[in-house]
Ligand binder design. Structure first.
Ligand code: GLN
Ligand code: ZN
Length: 772
């Protein structure tokens, strides 16, 4: 009985690769220094898997930036603007594509399926020339072999590569990317031939697009591609790996009938129905099934007994020697190693497994199937599962009951939005085209230091060497910052103010730290893109709000001005989507619990005299399931959760929400159904797209502020440019519902950028007011 790992985190247990990359980019270290760090990381990962007993160990899952970009490099599909002249692609061209350089912008980046990882989108057209230009896969295979580890080289499969690409600028949208299949397959053949020559006996093609809703033309491309590769692949065992959802029945049929493919990898965590499919539709005899039973996207220890029984039922279908125990997807979507979590509570820790621990789980399952069950290890796992089930820290009866009562019912404000807006306007008395910002203001080095030292003090209160800042000093520093931000906004003559969020490090962490049911890691980093990592909180128990979280700061800020001050909260769906979530209850149940906690906060803010409350749902769109059939259910509970937070406020309290990610045309009706009074939305990078919805006749009656400039860029937009944008919006939206605001929070910008940009934004709004 064999074991396999789909892929492994690259960053290292302490983000070694991140620091090496950034130091190289800053010119502080050499290419050799960077390569040394990378080589050491790869070696230690291979050794770790080999020591654990894993049979099929992946190679080429390491990347200096991104695995899709690595494939672009392999294919030599470098966009013209990088002036690459051929030959093996080195750091200079590679990182220019990833990050841009002094003269040319980077390639576009987008989310990898429904994960928080972002890949570099290939730009292809009818004139793209392909040539074998990066030998990374074979180099890594040889590198591992020299260390005594025979690996399975991993390539992004040709069909997924094309389906994830976009037509290059100037190429017609109707251009069929799949028509490039015959142009890229020769390069794949060269790479395969080299891998074979180097001694590889297995090869893994990641084809995750197979879990999407594909049409017959796309499926036909799969058959065509792997038929075309058949002779090149002969003599190799070929694994096609899928992940992130159930594989649809049609795709399963296509995939399992491919001659050249000898093994199939399925995600049995997110794709629980695939199991039934294998049972009902059958499995081709003589082929391997790589069963992804250990969750690659979460941090929970596997329920080994449950996995073992799943595996045993599969064994009966595919045969003992053809079943391979695996992870549900690459482990790059989970944290690296629990061993570095020295501060985590030991009971909670016993419930967790990060990548390093998951490798051990996979192997233990394989051994158990082979009749060599490690009884002590299984017993310890069962004890941890039992403790998690019965721990009073997990269950809060009251919260469970309140959340259960929400299901199936509807929660919305009693009065319709236009009547509410009238009632609010009587109190707020805002000009037409009111101006506002999204929440955060620049976070200076000094501010970050104050917050860090205050936090550090909380950890070591009893240390006699404690020289950190006191509670009073902290509060007064934050107050001073708020007062500065208030003054700036008054000087700019902004209509609805924000306090600037100086007390927050992160919009989810800030709330998670004050809610019960959340735990935080010291090193639980997950790669987001390039060298960037995020450290999601862990939701382990029923969520409740012991104390108000933002009321003190919002009231303080409101007391400094006579203009309306927005209370600023993160919404339940965003908190959920940016955390590691419990797997012992459905996501919507956890979301409802968070919604109830935020509802209390909303009501306390209202009682504290805050008349405008913004509940950010930056990540609502990202939680959308991959398969269309599941969209309605998700949107229903997500939107319901948002409404729960504010269904109890008075008509005169104005509820705002903010959403990032401009591509939301497909969910516009759900956004309307959120029933917020005002929505501010990221827009400036795709103006036309957003406005086209309204042009096409979607009726929108609530307030709306499509961002008038891009805060992701240091560029300062001119008054004319912003005015022009506002005019374009007025062409499709009613004057009395339009708001004027930037795209998103200003946290990552400098004051030297923010002040002139906001000055121009306010001038533009005033200019247009005079023209109405
Ligand atoms: N209120 C948050 C801020 O301004 C919103 C951030 C976001 O949408 N990502 O920073
Ligand atoms: Zn945003």
């Amino acid at each position: 009985m064999a074991s396999h790992i789909v892929g492994y985190p690259r960053m290292g247990p302490k983000r070694e690769l991140k620091f090496a990359l950034e130091s190289f980019w800053d010119g502080k270290s050499s290419a050799e220094d960077l390569e040394k760090v990378a080589t050491d990381l790869r070696a230690s990962i291979w050794k770790q898997m080999a020591d654990a007993g894993i049979k099929y160990i992946p190679s080429n899952t390491f990347s200096y930036y991104d695995q899709v970009l690595d494939t672009t490099a392999m294919l030599g599909a470098v966009p013209e603007r990088y002036s690459w002249t051929g030959g093996e692609i080195g750091f200079s061209t590679y990182f220019s594509m990833a990050r841009g350089n002094a003269t040319v912008p980077a390639m576009e980046m987008t989310k990898w399926f429904d994960t928080n990882y972002h890949f570099i989108v290939p730009e292809l057209g009818p004139n793209t020339k392909f040539s074998y230009s990066s030998h990374k896969a074979v180099n890594e295979y040889k590198e591992a072999k020299a260390l005594g580890v025979d690996t399975v080289p991993v390539l992004i499969g040709p069909v997924s590569y094309l389906l994830l690409s976009k037509p290059a600028k100037g190429v017609e949208k109707s251009f069929s990317l799949l028509s490039l299949l015959s142009s890229i397959l020769p390069v794949y053949k060269e790479a395969i031939a080299e891998l074979k020559a180097a001694g590889a006996t297995w090869i893994q093609f990641d084809e995750p697009t197979l879990v999407l809703d594909l049409d017959s033309h796309q499926l036909a491309a799969f058959s065509a591609a792997y038929t075309e590769l058949e002779s090149a692949l002969s003599g190799l065992n070929v694994l096609v790996e899928t992940y992130f959802a159930d594989i649809p029945a049609e795709s399963y049929k296509t995939l399992t009938s491919l001659n050249s493919v000898t093994a199939y990898g399925f995600d049995l965590i997110r794709g629980a129905k695939t199991l039934d499919l294998v049972k009902s539709a059958g499995f081709p005899s003589g082929k391997y099934l790589f069963a992804g039973v250990v969750d690659g996207r979460n941090i929970w220890a596997d329920d080994l007994a449950a996995s073992l029984s799943t595996l045993q039922s599969l064994e009966a279908i595919v045969g003992k020697d053809k079943l391979v125990v695996s992870t549900s997807c690459s482990l790059m979507h989970t944290a690296v190693d629990l061993i570095n979590e020295t501060k985590l509570d030991s009971e909670i820790k016993s419930w967790l497994a990060f990548a390093a621990q998951k490798v051990v789980e996979v192997n233990a399952l394989a051994k158990a199937l082979a009749g060599q069950k490690d009884e002590a290890y299984f017993a310890a796992n069962a004890a941890a599962q039992a403790s998690r089930k019965s721990s009073p820290r997990v269950t809060n009866e009251e919260v469970q009951k309140a959340a259960a009562a929400l299901k199936g019912s509807d929660h919305r404000r009693a009065t319709n939005v236009s009547a509410r807006l009238d009632a609010q306007q009587k109190k707020l008395n805002l000009p037409v085209l009111p101006t506002t910002t999204i929440g955060s203001f620049p976070q200076t080095v000094e501010l970050r230091r104050v917050r860090r030292e205050y936090k550090a003090k909380k950890w070591i209160t009893h240390s006699k060497f404690c020289c950190r800042i006191s509670e009073e000093e902290y509060v007064s520093a934050i107050k001073e910052e708020i007062s500065k931000v208030v003054k700036i906004q008054e000087e700019l003559d902004i209509d609805v103010l924000v306090h600037g969020e100086p007390e927050r490090n992160d919009m989810v962490e800030y709330f998670g730290e004050q809610l019960s049911g959340f735990a935080f890691t010291a090193n639980g980093w997950v790669q987001s893109y390039g060298s960037r990592c995020v450290k999601p909180p862990i939701i382990y128990g029923d969520v409740s709000r012991p104390n108000p979280m933002t009321v003190f700061w919002s009231k303080t800020a409101q007391s400094m001005t006579s203009r309306p001050m927005k209370g600023m909260l993160t919404g339940p769906v965003t908190i959920l989507n940016w955390s590691f979530v419990r797997n012992d209850q459905p996501r919507f149940e956890t979301c409802y619990q968070i919604a109830l906690a935020i509802k209390k906060e909303v009501e306390d803010l209202e009682a504290g005299g805050i008349q405008v409350i913004q509940i950010d749902e930056a990540a609502l769109r990202e939680g959308l399931p991959l398969r269309k059939a599941e969209h309605a259910f998700y949107l229903d509970w997500a939107v319901h959760s948002f409404r729960i937070t504010n269904c109890g406020v008075q008509d005169t309290t104005q509820i705002h929400t903010h959403m990032c990610y401009s591509n939301f045309n497909d969910i516009i009706h759900s956004i309307i159904n959120m029933d917020a009074d005002v929505i501010t939305i990221e827009n400036s990078r795709s103006d036309e797209k957003l406005l086209s919805v309204f042009r096409e006749g979607v009726v929108y009656g609530a307030g709306i502020g499509p961002g008038v400039y891009d805060i992701h860029s240091p560029r300062i937009p001119s008054t004319e440019e912003i005015a022009d944008r506002i005019n374009k919006m007025l062409a499709v939206l009613d004057t009395n519902i339009l708001w004027v605001n930037p795209d998103c929070g200003l946290k990552t910008r400098k004051y030297t950028e923010v002040k002139p940009a906001l000055t121009n934004m306010v001038s533009a709004a005033k200019l247009i007011r005079t023209q109405l």
